[in-house]
Design a protein around this ligand. Structure first.
Ligand code: NAP
Length: 358
């Protein structure tokens, strides 16, 4: 709690706040001009009296995460959606890392670094501080708490260990393999003793998969006229585990290349986000003939495993067994372009926006 003088100092301090807002709902692949940087006026660098109806934390945003699922929140209604839409005119919400400026919650104090749901703006008032987690100072870059040690890393961890039921020596295929999730799945699978192949959308990403992440093989799906034949080449004996990130024609081709009793972890279908006419899947009969277990999952259902995930992945990172590549764009104003780049594959590694370094 600030004393009288400190309260006066905080009351006097103000800063400029900028926001990236959604202009209106869309029903297609997002474009940069669907979002707009607006002047949010001046913000007092303290939690206003009575705001939020309970303990509240004011954070200065340092890093913001660009994640494909955010596209779903740009539409006012999606059948079966598990997360509410954004509010047009309000800042985009997403995972972020920030520094606490002022707090009325006993668990957080000025200067603490936290990760959690925040807004695409310079300063955010967090009215549900229980969702924040404190980040202790360490050798790990702060932005990694949005990727390697954040939601995408956790998705890779639970998707691989909880959904794929991996066994040593199995054949694993990962699509969008160089991205935030895929790069970690591949490294975990390799550590587990699996044979790992990834697909990605450029030759630069293919090199990254083989040279940096140690995949056994990788290919550029955009240069393969026949995905079924390409997979047959990389997996002459078939695929035991498919970590699905893209959907569409890739899923169809994989179904024909699965082995009996294979597993498909349906993590995401980025190729189908914002597409109005979805690509039909023709080869689902393989699920029966090959007794394939195909299961969708949402990482947040496994939150009880988060502490174990942080311990395991931190150790692997410090032991040099896992490396991580991120794509940092600089400045809040770069957020819209960085976000829409996810849907054309412009990002190389985990896409993060650096708003401020201190
Ligand atoms: N289930 C969960 O709890 C959960 C949690 C997090 C993420 N996810 C899902 O996991 C997947 C990967 O997410 P991420 O954060 O790791 O994203 P990311 O791979 O870092 O970025 C998206 C990538 O998807 C690829 N892509 C975009 N449009 C495509 C298209 N039409 N066809 C094929 N590939 C396309 C691009 O890579 P290329 O250049 O290789 O094409 C792009 O770089 C997404 O589907 C996401 O929705 C699910």
């Amino acid at each position: 709690m600030a004393d009288g003088m400190e309260q006066e100092r905080l009351a006097a301090a103000v800063a400029k706040n900028r926001k990236v807002v959604l202009r209106g709902y869309i029903e297609r692949v997002p474009r940069e001009d669907d979002m707009e940087l607006v002047d949010g006026g001046a913000v007092e660098l303290r939690v206003p009296e009575g705001v939020g109806g309970g303990p509240t934390v004011l954070v200065k945003n340092l890093y913001l995460s660009c994640d494909p699922y955010m596209r779903g929140r740009m539409q006012d209604f999606i059948h079966g959606s598990y997360i509410p839409p954004f509010k047009p005119g309000s800042p985009i919400e997403g995972f972020g890392v920030g520094r606490v400026v002022h707090s009325t919650h006993p668990g957080f104090g000025a200067g603490d670094v936290v990760a959690g749901m925040t807004g695409w703006e310079d300063y955010s008032l967090i009215t549900e501080p229980e969702q924040l987690r404190k980040i202790e100072p360490s050798d790990i870059p702060l932005s990694y708490h949005l990727g390697l040690l954040g939601m995408p890393g956790f998705t890779a961890y639970v998707g691989f260990y909880e959904i794929c039921s991996p066994k040593k020596g199995e054949f694993v295929f990962i699509s969008a393999a160089s991205g935030a999730v895929g790069q970690i799945v591949g490294q975990l699978a390799k550590m587990h003793g699996c044979y790992v192949v990834g697909s990605a959308g450029s030759n630069q990403k293919v090199e990254l998969l083989k040279e940096k992440f140690g995949f056994h093989a990788a290919f550029n799906y955009k240069e393969e006229p026949d995905l079924t034949a390409a997979l047959k080449r990389y997996f002459p004996e078939g695929i035991d585990i498919y970590f699905e990130n893209v959907g569409g024609p890739m899923l169809d081709a994989v179904l024909l290349n699965m082995r009996t009793h294979g597993r498909i972890a349906v993590c995401g279908m980025v190729s189908q986000l914002g597409v109005t006419s979805h690509v039909g899947i023709h080869n689902l009969f393989s699920l029966i003939s090959k007794r394939i277990d195909m299961k969708g999952f949402i990482q947040s259902d496994y939150h009880h495993l988060f502490p174990q995930f942080v311990d395991d992945i931190t150790k692997h990172y410090r032991d040099g067994k896992i490396v991580y590549v991120e794509d940092l764009s600089v400045g809040l104003e770069s957020g819209p372009a960085a976000f829409v780049g996810l849907f054309s594959g412009r990002n190389v590694g985990k896409q993060v926006v650096c708003v401020s370094e201190d």
